[in-house]
Design a protein around this ligand. Structure first.
Ligand code: HEM
Ligand SMILES: [Ca+2]
Ligand SMILES: [Ca+2]
Length: 309
């Protein structure tokens, strides 16, 4: 990771930043879910063998790849598409030079900034990985129904503290979630209560209505941040304080004494959130990266350059 530098492609692909910016801007304007889709895609890549574009590989008859892991099936096409478009444009200008892992890292940063979030430096020179296995994604990623202890230890195993976990989870200030991920909070919650009593009652009511038929229509989904769903801001933390958190795991962070101080800090101070998010995502973005011969620059982002079994 020490080999990564912000000007890695300065000589070999001077147009890189402009091309990425152009592609992501066009795509975000055409489809406003691109930013959240790409940020989640990037996070899911980095948590599994580092940011090496392993999540972009398509499955074949020999291998079920990460993107076909149950937890990744909800990753929207927009994230994959923006990377493919950028790769196509870059292969015309500087063929065989820019890795898919670096494209995804840059696209995620530009999109976060575009929807109101902080700008941060992205060091470059990642190589694309040789492995993509669905089973590894299932094991490495947290689920909203997990107890907070387990989620904290998943982050800790990647060198990320509870504070960094809280800051990174601020990503849920944009995007949406399918009903099945939080339906257990809404229906038959316990013997005592029909829905999770930590939910603000009017919010619970609205979600119950929205998700009424979710088993018949699994596409039903709700905004992660009910107040400012498309803007990257600190509203997510303010929501948690009011019982307006969508995922059980998010709501838990507002209660547990290891995480609550940071929820309160970021709710009160957007600058503190932006600084913490930028630092933590930069840390995530260099975790376990591959350089030199440990990886390759893929010709296309959804396939290894030579067939692997
Ligand atoms: C703390 C543990 C986390 C859990 C349990 C979790 C879980 C989830 C779930 C279940 C969804 C909804 C997926 C769907 O139904 O389509 C979601 C969405 C999302 N997550 Fe997380 N997440 C976590 C942390 C993070 C982090 C650290 C980031 C990025 C830094 C992130 C970024 C996102 C984004 C941007 C979305 C919206 C995706 C979209 O709109 O397509 N999440 N997350
Ligand atoms: Ca990866
Ligand atoms: Ca927001």
């Amino acid at each position: 990771e020490s080999k990564l530098t912000v000007d890695y492609y300065k000589k070999t692909c001077p147009g890189l930043q402009d091309i990425i910016r152009q592609v992501v801007t066009d795509k975000q304007i055409a489809s406003s879910t691109t930013a959240s889709a790409t940020l989640r895609l990037f996070f899911h890549d980095c948590m599994v063998n580092g940011c090496d574009a392993s999540v972009l590989i398509s499955s074949n008859s020999f291998n079920t790849a990460e993107r076909d892991a149950e937890i990744n099936l909800s990753l929207p096409g927009d994230g994959f598409e923006v990377v493919t478009r950028a790769k196509t444009a870059l292969e015309l200008q500087c063929p065989g030079v820019v890795s898919c892992a670096d494209i995804l890292a840059l696209a995620a940063r530009d999109l976060v900034t575009m929807v109101g979030g902080p700008y941060y430096n992205v060091r470059l020179g990642r190589k694309d990985g040789f492995i993509s296995k669905a089973s590894e994604a299932e094991a490495a990623l947290a689920k909203p129904t997990m107890p907070l202890n387990q989620i904290i230890s998943i982050f800790q195993s990647r060198g990320l503290s509870p504070q960094e976990m809280v800051a990174l989870s601020g990503a849920h200030t944009i995007g949406f979630t399918h009903c099945k991920e939080f339906s257990q909070r809404l229906f038959n919650f316990s013997k005592k209560s029909d829905y999770d009593p930590t939910l603000y009652p009017k919010y619970a009511e609205g979600l119950r209505k929205l998700c009424e038929n979710y088993t018949k229509d699994p596409t039903m989904s709700a905004f992660n941040d009910v107040m400012t769903p498309n803007k990257f801001d600190n509203m997510y933390y303010q929501n948690l304080q009011k019982g307006l958190g969508l995922l059980a795991s998010d709501q838990a962070m507002a209660v547990d004494k290891r995480t609550k101080p940071y929820v309160d800090l970021y709710a009160a101070n957007q600058t503190a959130f932006f600084q913490a998010f930028a630092r933590a995502i930069e840390k995530v973005s260099v975790y376990q990266v591959k350089t030199g011969s440990k990886g390759e620059v893929r010709h296309r982002c959804d396939a290894f350059n030579s067939l692997k079994t």
